[in-house]
Design a protein around this ligand. Structure first.
Ligand code: FE2
Length: 286
């Protein structure tokens, strides 16, 4: 038994590679984070020539874009592919066309900072084996009604590689996530399959390249829908294959994720996300 998690919860996380904790966060706090995300979206909308569109395989459409590559220590806005018309103009108000905000709200914005360090998170991180958890990346994912795009099957270790592998996803349902509005799907036990690709910077550090380690795709059968009510925390092992479908419904599916690594592991210098000036912090509030 852990400090926060029961023995049964720990066993389930180890066996399946994910664990849902319904009611981890008050609905009120979720709604406050939602309001703040929409405010940040209005404040940080980039000029049109900097607009970066996100594709379903997790790479920005303009992978060489410094706007994306330097977002590890900033608050930046990324758009949905369908956000622009044929002439390159946004179809609606910018904050309604966003795919996500990333990637350092947890260190740069007070509302996100306190949400990211809610009581209980440090104990949960310790229970699942992070000895020195460091919050590496935060993303606020809008998955807007009707235009929210799919995210193809991937593992988070592919993008945030440590030796040994330590990355854990902390995914919070800010809205109710259902099959209809594009909830996550994951392959139970799939974290035992060796990770099949690694995304890293090219030699000139101007673009991301995807290195294939195993050509065989992940099984498409057996994925489980991770439907989650507002306030649910879902823990995801870094090697767990997961994905989400497009949001074709008329309900938004906002979510917030933090990716944490262990400070005792080596974080590779050619990972895309780098923090040259902003030190990484843990879950403790200070
Ligand atoms: Fe992911």
């Amino acid at each position: 038994m852990g400090k926060f998690l029961t023995a049964a919860q720990l066993t389930s996380f180890q066996r399946h590679g994910f664990l849902a904790l319904p009611g981890f966060v008050d609905a009120r706090r979720c709604l406050d984070l939602r309001d703040r995300a929409l405010e940040l979206a209005r404040l940080h909308v980039p000029p049109p020539d900097k607009a970066t569109i996100f594709t379903a395989d997790g790479t920005p459409l303009h992978a060489s874009d410094q706007y994306f590559l330097t977002s590890g220590e900033a608050i930046r806005c990324f758009f949905e592919r369908d956000a622009f018309d044929a002439n390159g103009w946004l179809r609606a108000d910018a904050h309604l066309c966003l795919n996500k905000l990333g990637h350092a709200m947890h260190d740069l914005d007070p509302v996100f900072d306190s949400f990211s360090r809610l009581p209980g998170l440090a104990a949960v991180a310790g229970d699942i084996g992070l000895k020195e958890p460091l919050l590496l990346q935060s993303m606020y994912i809008f998955k807007q009604a009707r235009i929210g795009g799919e995210v193809k099957c991937h593992t988070d270790h592919t993008y945030l590689w440590t030796e040994p592998r330590t990355v854990i996803g902390f995914w919070f349902a800010i809205d109710d996530a259902t099959v209809e509005n594009g909830c996550m799907w994951a392959l139970p036990g799939g974290h035992r399959i060796p990770v099949k690709s690694r995304s890293r910077l090219n030699a000139s550090r101007t673009a991301m390249v995807l290195e294939t380690l195993d050509k065989e795709p992940y099984p498409t059968q057996g994925l489980e829908a991770l439907e989650a009510a507002r306030g649910t925390l879902i823990l995801l092992d870094g090697a767990l294959p997961h994905m989400s479908g497009p949001n074709l419904s008329d309900k938004p599916r906002h979510a917030y994720t933090i990716h944490a690594i262990d400070g005792s592991a080596e974080y590779l210098a050619d990972n895309w996300l780098q923090r040259p000036t902003l030190p990484l912090r843990g879950f403790a509030m200070n």
